[in-house]
Every structure is written in structure tokens, then in C-alpha cells.
Design a protein around this ligand. Structure first.
Ligand code: ZN
Ligand code: CU
Length: 488
């Protein structure tokens, strides 16, 4: 009998494909899963008892802003504590590379807290991640807004010229060659609002050539959500790229219930081209503080402010009252700042999450003083609250939407399944107790019921705290594609 490095014994395997739970032992050797066999048949130097637990692939958080958190906060406890072993970074148009300027503005402060972490090339950035030895893996998109800031400086409130489009296209091309896995856009945000559909489609052309994906924080997630979907799909078609719509929502009270329009539209469009979307399991969103968004929200909490201390976690209405001014004026005085906006319908969130095209992404913002609870709670909340308690979908399907389906959509080769030959990214959790504990009041709080988490064969979370494992990698396009080719 072969002896493996580690055998996870007596667990129920949710292999990531959606297949029904089955009893098996899982053997790991080096950074890979070596065997999945009948209980009691495998021997390891180390054994992990998973009696009563589920053994699942490590979760893939497909929508994050963890680009530089992987460098500054390499244990990545906010994610490892949820069972997450891979984060897809660079979303919503914001990436930390390629960035040729020495300063970074309000928009990039969403993802950057130290200027040393922005990098002139993607290769240089990926090297910084590798030097930091994060506990979990990162895969990286290039932000269209970041490209704009390179090519257009601060003169962003206009369409790019043909020459500027050329510069951006070349920067994207070079970044994809160096290992980025796609491009994201954030046409909703000021740095990219003035960009036309043509501009984005032209810049995105290298995606087709390199097999990169296109993710979109759409221009409008409210009244014009359908129009924005058409625009997003068109950009994907013109670039020859697979499309992922980020954090799909119908935002603002007047748009509550409109998943009845957007979801059938997704279903139809999915017959024509490759499209998917991600969802986070909350009725509130979070981003930078923007006056334009105040009317759309029923309630606004401040998540951070650089100018006024002691406001994080507080209701903007109360802050305005104390200041003796309107909420709009208060928002001005707090800038630069971030906020949490209550602006979605619970039924819509559930409908989106259950759609066959949906996967789970947290959209957590790692550096906020008082972050949205999705940063620490997303995955256990889907497993415990939505799957187990509300029975929105079976546990196996919840796991699939966090693992194999996500790996397929982002082409993360050999991740997302408990299967021999796949990487040893594993989350062992208790299906009876798993639940998020992060709340809007107390958002920094590790989930319950996540037992042991391994990334590339090393323990990154155990007994309620980070493990010693620091074997996370920057997953690069060329390596992922070479491995896919070799195993085809
Ligand atoms: Zn976004
Ligand atoms: Cu985002």
C-alpha cells in the first residue's frame, strides 16, 4: 500500500461537480490530490479525521479586490477562514498593474494602500505576489480603468483617442502575454464612464488572441440594466472573449423584482455565446462613497473615511444630522471614503444565485475599516444560510457554484474538483454548523464550521486560525493553458 503525505479520512466528499456526496478517503501528495478511494483504504504520514464533515474543493472567490492584499496581508485570513483557496483579482476595472504613474487616485485606493504595490508591468506585479508568499492563490484580471489612467492621465471624462486606444490595447496584450487571465471593466465608475462601447471592444481585442475572459461591472445595474447587458455581451463578442457579468443585481427600489427580466435575458444570450455571472449573498452592495448612489439606497453605512475619524460603520443619516447638513454635503465632507448601500431585493438576490449561470464571488473590499460583511462571510453564508437553512439549492450544487463551475469559467486548470491529479486545494467543513458570523454591525468575524483548509497541499486554516501554509501562487495564463493542453 502506498503511503501518502496526508490522508483525509472518513469524510463525505462533495467533489465540486455537483455529484451527490459520497464517503471516501482523500490522499494528498505534494501539491496534488493523489487518490480518492473507499474509506479505510489509504494510508498517510499525516491523517486528518473528517468524520461528520464534508470534504470539498477549496472555494474560488471569482470576484475580489484582493490584488495587493495578497502582498500586504499574506495569510489572507478573511478568505482562508471561509475555505477560499483562490481569489480572482483585478475586478471592476481596477488592477494594480500595469500602472506607469507614481501616484494613485481615489479609484485605485479601492485596492491599493501602499504605492510600492502598484507595478509598471504585470510580470513585476506577479513577482511581488510570489515574493510575499500568500497562503492562497491569486489569478489576475487587468482593469480597463487602470489602462485608461496610464494612457489618458487624469483627463478621463472623455472618450479615448485612437492613439490612446492603441496604447491601452498594447498594454493589455503585453499583460496577457505575461500571465494575466483577462480584462475587467467598470463603466459605472467615473474613470471609465465616458468610455464608449467601441473603445472597450477595441481595447479588449487581445482577449480573443490569448484566450482571456472579459468581466464587467456594467455601466448600469439599475434602470438601464438590460441595455448594459447588451453592451457587455457585444463587447465580449467583438473581442472574441467569454463574458462574466460581475455581481449581478437590479439596484434601487424601483428596480426590485426585475430579475424576472434579466435572468431570462441571460438564459437566452447564453445560447448564443459563453456568458456567466457572479453573485454575492447580500442585499447591500459596497464601493467608494458616491453622491450619485445615495438616492438609490434605502440606507447607507460608511465603511471608511480618510478625512473624518470615527465614522466607520455608522449610518450616513446620523452623521449628517450631527454635522447639521444634508447627506450629500456630509458625503462631500467625508471624502475620500467608502460606503455600504442597501439597494437590493432579497428575492432578486435568491433568484440570481439559483440561476444555472451563477457562481459565487464575494466582492469583498479588503482594506476597509468597517468592511461589508461579505468580505468574511460570503461562502459560509451561501452554504449555511441559503443552501442548508433556506434550501435554495442542495449543498452539492452550492459547492459546484464555488468550485468546478468557477474554475471552468476562469480556466483555472486542475482546480475546483476533488479528483486525482487536481491541486490539493481543499476545504473541510461541518455541514450542520457552517455559517457566517460577520454582520453589518460587526463585520470582521471568522465563520463557524470551517474545519481545515489546505491550499496546494499546505494547511492555511485550522482550529479557527491561520495555518503555516504559504504555498499560494500567482496563477498565470500561460501555465494554466500549458497544463490544460498537457492533460487534454
Ligand atoms: Zn464592481
Ligand atoms: Cu467589485
Amino acid at each position: 500500500m502506498a503511503t501518502y503525505d496526508t490522508v483525509i479520512r472518513n469524510g463525505q466528499v462533495a467533489d465540486g461537480t455537483g455529484k451527490k456526496l459520497f464517503a471516501a478517503d482523500v490522499a494528498l501528495k505534494g501539491d496534488r490530490i493523489a487518490a480518492v478511494e473507499a474509506p479505510g483504504s489509504l494510508k498517510g504520514n499525516n491523517e486528518i479525521d473528517a468524520q461528520g464533515k464534508v470534504v470539498a474543493p477549496g472555494f474560488i472567490d471569482v470576484h475580489t479586490h484582493d490584488d495587493t492584499a495578497l502582498i500586504d496581508n499574506p495569510t489572507m485570513a478573511m478568505k482562508a477562514s471561509q475555505g477560499v483557496t483562490t481569489v480572482v483579482c483585478g475586478n471592476c476595472g481596477a488592477s494594480a498593474a500595469p500602472y506607469i504613474r507614481d501616484d494613485y487616485g481615489h479609484f485605485l485606493s479601492l485596492i491599493v494602500k501602499r504605492v510600492e504595490n502598484v507595478s509598471k508591468t504585470f510580470a513585476e506585479f506577479a513577482a511581488k505576489v510570489e515574493v510575499a508568499k500568500p497562503a492562497i492563490n491569486g489569478a489576475f484580471l487587468i482593469g480597463h480603468s487602470t489602462l485608461r489612467m496610464n494612457a489618458m492621465g487624469d483627463d478621463l471624462a472623455r472618450q479615448a483617442t485612437a492613439a490612446e486606444i492603441g496604447v491601452m490595447r498594447d498594454l493589455l496584450d503585453q499583460s496577457l502575454e505575461q500571465g494575466a487571465i483577462g480584462m475587467s471593466s467598470g463603466l459605472f465608475y467615473p474613470p471609465a464612464m465616458a468610455a464608449s462601447t467601441d473603445e472597450v471592444a477595441e481595447i479588449a481585442k487581445p482577449l480573443g488572441k490569448w484566450g482571456g475572459v472579459y468581466t464587467a461591472h456594467m455601466r448600469d445595474e439599475g434602470d438601464d440594466v438590460l441595455k448594459s447587458m447588451d453592451e457587455t455581451f457585444e463587447i465580449g463578442r467583438r473581442a472574441g472573449a467569454e463574458v462574466i457579468v460581475s455581481h449581478h443585481k437590479c439596484s434601487g427600489r424601483t428596480n426590485f423584482g426585475r430579475m424576472k427580466e434579466t435572468l431570462p435575458k441571460f438564459t437566452e444570450a447564453m445560447k448564443q455565446q459563453q456568458i456567466a455571472f457572479d453573485v454575492y449573498p447580500y442585499v447591500a452592495g459596497s464601493t467608494i462613497l458616491r453622491k450619485e448612489m445615495l438616492d438609490r439606497a434605502d440606507k447607507v453605512l460608511i465603511s471608511w473615511s480618510d478625512t473624518v475619524k470615527g465614522v466607520s460603520g455608522r449610518d450616513l443619516k446620523d452623521i449628517a444630522q450631527e454635522m447639521g447638513c444634508s447627506i450629500y454635503e456630509a458625503a462631500d465632507r467625508l471624502q475620500p471614503a467608502g460606503a455600504i448601500y442597501f439597494m437590493m431585493d432579497e428575492k432578486d438576490v435568491q433568484a440570481a444565485m439559483s440561476h444555472p449561470g451563477a457562481m459565487i464571488g464575494s466582492d469583498g473590499i479588503p482594506f476597509d475599516t468597517h468592511p461589508h460583511p461579505r468580505l468574511w462571510g460570503t461562502f459560509p453564508r451561501v452554504l449555511g444560510h441559503y443552501s442548508r437553512d433556506l434550501k435554495l439549492f442542495p449543498l452539492e450544487d452550492a459547492v459546484r457554484r464555488m468550485t468546478s463551475y468557477s474554475a471552468q469559467r476562469f480556466h483555472l486548470t486542475k482546480r475546483g474538483e476533488v479528483k486525482p491529479g487536481f491541486y490539493a486545494d481543499i476545504c473541510i467543513f461541518d455541514p450542520a454548523t457552517v455559517i457566517d458570523t460577520a454582520t453589518f454591525e460587526k463585520p470582521i468575524s471568522a465563520a463557524k464550521g470551517i474545519d481545515t483548509v489546505l491550499c496546494n497541499g499546505e494547511i492555511v486554516w485550522r482550529d479557527g486560525k491561520p495555518g503555516a501554509g504559504r504555498a499560494g501562487r500567482a496563477l498565470k495564463r500561460q501555465d494554466l493553458q500549458a497544463e490544460a493542453k498537457a492533460s487534454a
